[in-house]
Design a protein around this ligand. Structure first.
Ligand code: HEM
Length: 328
């Protein structure tokens, strides 16, 4: 500060996101001591009742945090005047169970300590708990985020990758969020759980000359099974396949091992196993689960702490789907 004086102070004040938020692992220890226990209890009940919750919530977390930081902007419901992030095309497939989980936790926490715990912290905490509950690493996240005052569908699309983008494009999207190629490869390991709708990979298995054969690099038997599974996908839009065909509900390094043997589901999954910039990382994580878990945990913490909203530029929403000044 000393070397650039008032000019730097002005720049810092003009860009609120540059100001460091006061995040801490025990942010709520005095103001809401029951927060963590309540969250873990509800997450556990929900995951037992609906085992797809872990994957859905992890994706919800990622889609929230990539667009202007983890600020629960994805939870805001659209109004007749404004279409919010959750109704952007890429977010329409986010599962109801993940939204329901956050609502349940928020309701329980509000009863114990009203107006204290932000929806963004609840989403981050729930994701952390679910990842380790399904076998993944313990992730030491911090709390103290505020919820956004904005949620705009137009801010979403260029921040999130699509399976059929080139690797250059995908890397540039992650880099625009200050995430390296290494962090990208570790984060995409999230595809070790959950599923994808057939439309997301249909062009790989049905289009062009490969119709009766197998898409480039895909295991032929796997391709044939996917074609059977997705035969009616245009009529039944819910048809889906597991992202990790061998251990779909377990957070492990099987995703990377699959990629090397032609069991990558999305075109982007397959591409990272063969691109010169990413191949060696896929090899590393396929061979060494601890290296994957370490890298995933670090990258997830980084994503969770980017562009955090501070006191003045956010609020603790009373309802996660509405700003506090919502007038209906
Ligand atoms: C190259 C980057 C990525 C692309 C192109 C991509 C694309 C997709 C697509 C198309 C789906 C299927 C959605 C559906 O059909 O409902 C999906 C699912 C999923 N994605 Fe990604 N994704 C990427 C990175 C990530 C990252 C970094 C994470 C988390 C850290 C993540 C977490 C998930 C999870 C957990 C699912 C399963 C969701 C469920 O079962 O409900 N993805 N992804």
């Amino acid at each position: 500060m000393k070397s650039c004086g008032l000019r730097c102070l002005f720049i810092l004040l003009s860009f609120p996101f540059l100001l460091q938020a006061n995040l801490s692992p025990d942010y709520y220890s005095k103001t809401c001591p029951e927060f963590d226990q309540t969250l873990v209890q509800i997450v556990t009940e929900k995951q037992i009742a609906a085992p797809t919750t872990a994957a859905g919530t992890l994706r919800l977390f990622f889609h929230d945090c990539m667009v202007d930081g983890c600020d629960a902007s994805i939870l805001v419901a659209s109004t007749p005047r404004k279409t919010s992030e959750r109704d952007a095309d890429i977010n329409r497939s986010l599962p109801g169970d993940a939204f329901d989980l956050i609502t349940r936790i928020k309701t329980a926490v509000e009863l114990k300590c009203p107006n204290v715990v932000s929806c963004s912290d609840i989403l981050v905490g729930a994701t952390r708990s679910l990842v380790s509950m399904v076998g993944g690493p313990k992730i030491n996240v911090k709390f103290g985020r505020k919820d956004s005052l904005v949620s705009d569908m137009n801010r979403v699309e260029r921040k999130l990758a699509r399976p059929n983008m080139t690797m250059d494009h995908i890397i540039s999207i992650f880099e625009s969020s200050d995430l390296t190629v290494q962090e990208m490869v570790a984060l995409v390991g999230a595809h070790t759980i959950g599923f994808s709708h057939c439309k997301e990979f249909a062009s790989r298995i049905f289009d062009g000359e490969n119709q009766s054969g197998s898409p480039e690099g895909m295991n032929p038997k796997y391709a044939a099974e996917l074609r059977k599974l997705c035969a009616n996908y245009t009529k039944d839009e819910e048809m889906s396949a597991f992202n990790d065909v061998f251990t779909p509900g377990k957070f492990d390094n099987m995703y990377y091992r699959n990629l090397k043997h032609g069991y990558g589901l999305l075109a982007s999954d397959h591409a990272i196993a063969f691109d010169n910039r990413t191949r060696s990382l896929v090899d590393l994580y396929a061979a060494n689960e601890t290296a994957f878990f370490d890298a995933f945990a670090k990258a997830m913490v980084k994503v969770s702490e980017q562009k955090v909203k501070t006191e003045k530029h956010g609020e603790v929403r009373r309802r996660c789907d509405q700003y506090n000044d919502y007038k209906g």
